[in-house]
Design a protein. Structure first.
Length: 379
C-alpha cells in the first residue's frame, strides 16, 4: 500500500515535471522558429556568396548544427522563468480541478502540497549550474563559429580584438585574425613583455612586431608556432635609451599564444566557467570578472528566487479560481527583481558597488521579500 504522503508527492511531481518539460519544448520551438526566419536572409546570402561550398545540403546540416549548439545557451538564459511558469501551471491545474481545496481540507498545508515543486526546482537549479560549468564552455567556440558561418562570415576576419595574454604572461595586440582552419593568420601582431630587475631601476621591454603571422603545426618535427612575415625582435632599455633590433622568423615554445586563445578572447563571459574566469582575472585583474564569478552562482539560484517571489501571489488564490490579478502581481514582482538586478550590475561595473555586493545584494534582498510574502500566505 502506498502511503498518502508518497502518493501526494508523486501526483504533484508528475504534474510539475510534465509542465516543466512542456515549457522547455514550447520555449525551444518558439525560439527555433523565430530565429530561423530571422536568419533566413543571412542563409540565402551565404549560399549566394559561396555556392560551391554552401550548397543546399551543407546549409541544412549547418543550420541543424547551429541550433543544436545554441539550444543550451538559450535554455541557460531562460532557465529562471521555466520553473515559475511550470509552478503556475501546477497550481492552476490543482485549483481548476478543485483538488487543492480537497487536499487542504484533508489536513495538508499548502506548503506540504507544493513541496515537490520547490524540491524539483532546486534540482533544476543544480542542472543549470552543471550545464553552465560543463556544457557551455565546450560548445562556446563551435557556437560562435557556426554563428559566423550561417551569416556567411566564416571567411571574414575577426577585428576589434582585446589585448590577449598567453600562459606565460606575454601580451599580444592583434589588428585582425582570420580563424579559417586552413589559414589561421594574424595581421599586425605585436607581442610585448616588460621586465623590471630586482636590482636597479633598469626596465627592459621586449617586443616582437610582425605585419603577418601564420600558425603552423609540423607533425614531422613535432613543432608548432607562428611563422612571422618580416618579423623583428626589439629590446628597449628605458634607462639608457638603447634599442636592440634583430629579425625573427618564428614564435614557438610552450605556453605560447594559440589560435583557440584568440577565439576564447572573443567569447562572452557566460560562455566561460568559473575556473576560466578566475584564470582570466589572474591575467588581467578586473572587478567585472569577479562579479561574473559571483553571478555564476546567483544565476542558477534565480530559479528558486523567482518561484519564491511569484508563488505567494498565486497561493493566496487557493480559496477561489485563479484570476489575472495574481498572475500580473507575480510577473511584476519578477520584473522588479530584474530591474534592480540590472541596476546593481551597472553600479558594480562602474565601481560604485563591490563585485560581491553587486551580484548578491539583489538576490538577498528579494529573497527576504519572497520569504515575507510566503509567510503571509494562509495555509
Amino acid at each position: 500500500m502506498i502511503p498518502l504522503d508518497a502518493g501526494l508527492d508523486r501526483y504533484v511531481r508528475r504534474i510539475f515535471l510534465g509542465a516543466l518539460i512542456g515549457c522547455v519544448v514550447i520555449f525551444m520551438s518558439l525560439w527555433i522558429v523565430g530565429d530561423f526566419f530571422g536568419k533566413m536572409d543571412d542563409i540565402l546570402e551565404a549560399m549566394q556568396e559561396d555556392p560551391d561550398t554552401n550548397t543546399f545540403s551543407t546549409m541544412v546540416v549547418l543550420v541543424a548544427r547551429y541550433f543544436l549548439a545554441n539550444i543550451p545557451f538559450f535554455l541557460h538564459n531562460t532557465a529562471p522563468f521555466i520553473p515559475l511558469i511550470a509552478g503556475m501551471y501546477t497550481l492552476s491545474r490543482l485549483l481548476r480541478a478543485n483538488e487543492l481545496m480537497a487536499m487542504v481540507t484533508a489536513g495538508q498545508s499548502l506548503f506540504r502540497v507544493l513541496r515537490p515543486v520547490f524540491t524539483w526546482t532546486g534540482l533544476f537549479a543544480v542542472l543549470v549550474f552543471l550545464q553552465q560549468e560543463l556544457v557551455l564552455p565546450g560548445l562556446a567556440l563551435d557556437q560562435k563559429h557556426l554563428s559566423r558561418r550561417i551569416r556567411g562570415k566564416s571567411t571574414r576576419e575577426l577585428t576589434n580584438l582585446p589585448i590577449i595574454s598567453d600562459r606565460i604572461g606575454n601580451r599580444y595586440i592583434l589588428d585582425r585574425y582570420d580563424p579559417h582552419p586552413r589559414r589561421q593568420t594574424i595581421t599586425r601582431l605585436t607581442m610585448v613583455e616588460t621586465e623590471t630587475p630586482d636590482i636597479g631601476p633598469l626596465v627592459l621591454k621586449r617586443k616582437v612586431v610582425a605585419p603577418t603571422a601564420r600558425f603552423i603545426r609540423s607533425t614531422r618535427e613535432r613543432k608548432k608556432g607562428w611563422v612571422l612575415g618580416k618579423g623583428s625582435f626589439e629590446e628597449f632599455y628605458n634607462e639608457t635609451g638603447l634599442l636592440i633590433q634583430r629579425p625573427i622568423t618564428m614564435l614557438s615554445g610552450s605556453g605560447l599564444l594559440r589560435p583557440r586563445d584568440i577565439e576564447h578572447a572573443t567569447l562572452e563571459k557566460p560562455a566561460m566557467n568559473i575556473s576560466q574566469l578566475r584564470r582570466e582575472n589572474r591575467s588581467h585583474p578586473d572587478p567585472t570578472l569577479v562579479q561574473d564569478i559571483h553571478r555564476h552562482f546567483t544565476h542558477p539560484l534565480k530559479c528558486l528566487l523567482l518561484l519564491l517571489l511569484g508563488m505567494p501571489f498565486l497561493m493566496r488564490a487557493y480559496l477561489r479560481q485563479m484570476g489575472l490579478g495574481p498572475i500580473l502581481k507575480c510577473l511584476v514582482s519578477c520584473m522588479l527583481f530584474y530591474i534592480f538586478d540590472f541596476l546593481c550590475m551597472d553600479l558594480g561595473n562602474r565601481g560604485h558597488f563591490g563585485p560581491a555586493v553587486a551580484a548578491w545584494f539583489p538576490f538577498v534582498l528579494f529573497s527576504a521579500v519572497g520569504a515575507v510574502l510566503l509567510d503571509k500566505v494562509r495555509t
